[in-house]
Ligand binder design. Structure first.
Ligand SMILES: [Zn+2]
Length: 265
């Protein structure tokens, strides 16, 4: 069983001291490829550096998360465009809107999201998207650009059935995290995940966040790692009424196609 983690924040400081061991454990659990999320200018530089250091295993996205939109200036825009030319960079993002915490003002988030949509259009790259409590604004902006970009994944999808239908209507891909393994808040997702076509469904840990609650006993440090992707795969398989092998094979093939990666041998 081969898995591909489409979103891991391996630039996070908690991975600074043992990344080699983290990647080794992931490999043992079948997670042979990981797309490292870039979420700020420095984070994107770091994500690309990691991808370059682990060719064929790590890939990167470059972008600025809505939380950091306030830091986005012309130099950031130019730098992201430069970084995105590297063949190890497979998507523009993480970008989007987050009205849950509003760390950056909404009008700034909207402007910065649109600038990154334009990068994806200009470079003809897929988008790695984040949306929280901002569906209406998010989908209306995305709708204007969707036809001009080769693909878009709404990562860490936790929203309603209505939002899901809007994204599928726009031919977006959907990223499912360990949120679905949370029996307290993931129940609606278990119904919804059945309605996502196999060729639009991808799996991600969002490590070090969102440790699946099905990891028992939980590690003392509570850090999520790509090796736990299997738990997400197993929960999604249960919900879809298929074997974990089928979910793994389909989500991996879907991710390969989305990020333009060669099929695993
Ligand atoms: Zn996110």
């Amino acid at each position: 069983m081969q898995l591909l983690d489409i979103g891991a924040n391996l630039t996070h400081e908690s991975f600074q001291h043992d990344l080699g061991a983290v990647l080794q454990r992931a490999r043992v659990q079948g997670v042979t490829r990981i797309v490292v999320t870039g979420a700020s200018r420095e984070g994107s530089e770091h994500a690309l550096a990691l991808a370059r250091a682990h060719p064929g295993t790590l890939f990167a996205t470059v972008g600025v998360h809505p939380h950091h939109a306030i830091d986005y200036d012309d130099a950031t825009d130019a730098r992201l465009r430069e970084l995105a030319q590297d063949p190890a960079v497979r998507a523009v993002g993480e970008t989007g809107l987050d009205y849950n915490r509003n760390y950056s003002p909404r009008e700034v988030q909207l402007r910065v999201f649109e600038r990154q949509l334009q990068i994806a259009v200009d470079l003809q790259m897929p988008l790695f998207l984040h949306q929280r409590d901002a569906h209406a604004d998010f989908v209306s902006l995305l709708r204007r650009y969707r036809d001009q970009v080769p693909g878009a994944v709404v990562h860490c999808f936790t929203d309603t059935g209505e939002a899901l239908r809007d994204y599928l209507d726009l031919d977006c891909h959907i990223g499912i995290t360990g949120w679905i393994c949370d029996e307290r808040r993931g129940t609606h997702l278990r119904e919804l995940v059945r309605t996502i076509p196999a060729n639009r469904l991808m799996l991600e840990t969002d490590a070090p966040y969102l440790l699946p609650r099905t990891v028992r006993p939980p590690p003392a440090h509570r850090r999520n790692e790509p090796m736990y992707l299997k738990h997400i795969c197993e929960e999604v398989a249960r919900d879809r009424g298929e074997s974990a092998e089928v979910t793994a094979a389909n989500s991996t093939a879907t991710a390969e196609a989305f990020f333009g990666l060669a099929p695993a041998p």
